[in-house]
Design a protein around this ligand. Sequence first.
Ligand code: JB8
Length: 274
Amino acid sequence: MRIDVVTIFPEYLEPLNVSLVGKARARGQLDVRVHDLREWTHDRHNTVDDTPYGGGPGMVMKPEPWGEALDAIEASGASDTEPAAPVLVVPTPSGRPFTQQLAVELSAKPWLVFAPARYEGIDRRVIDAYAERWEVHEVSIGDYVLAGGEAAVLVITEAVARLLPGVLGNAESHRDDSFAPGAMANLLEGPVYTKPPVWRDRDIPEVLVSGHHGKIARWRRDEAFRRTCANRPDLIERCDPAALDKRDRELLAELGWVQGPDGRFGRAAEPVEQ
Ligand code: JB8
């Protein structure tokens, strides 16, 4: 996979040289090219922003440098071995939520271009123009506001890169990920333990050294349910009851969940004191 990043803070992307992503690059599994947007300015001050039409606070990124940058990157891919058009990913708090499903989809693309903005964002015409030629995703990594999109690029790149074939040690590593499709869909991962067997007077759960693989799998699933109920009740409400077995339903009942007329789970209403 090839990834291009256009930014006014290239040094913000230095972490892409480190750890999993850095190793994938060193192994040739990932080709990351970071570009300074100001290379595509032509005035003495390398201006990338201007005041917003209609007034209001802050500044807006000018369209011309972005247009020249994205055209240059597109032209750099004009070869027999690379696709003509990349997928454009624009981090913004007003985008669609970035999910594991989108990470999986993006990991299948041969070429991503990230356009992290600063200030109040990029002139809308840039996104509209490229959406006519490229696949474009405006994505939000969560319900909070960063000072710019660069940190979101690091997040999305890491989530995508670890899904590339051969980047993580073994293909099974993804299977039990929180949010992975399949049996654990919509369940958070439970707790994990390693040696020593006693630490500061704390034991590990006995079942994990029982050697009984069936019991261990069931215990892990119970713990996943407990965590999901506590931290992400919205995932329990959204889950397909047909994906649950008898023990799952018993556990949810123990934890105070009831099934509505549609079979979906909801929290039992608190009894009202009279
Ligand atoms: C200016 O929170 B965010 C985000 C915030 C931003 C920009 C891009 C993304 C640009 N503020 O995902």
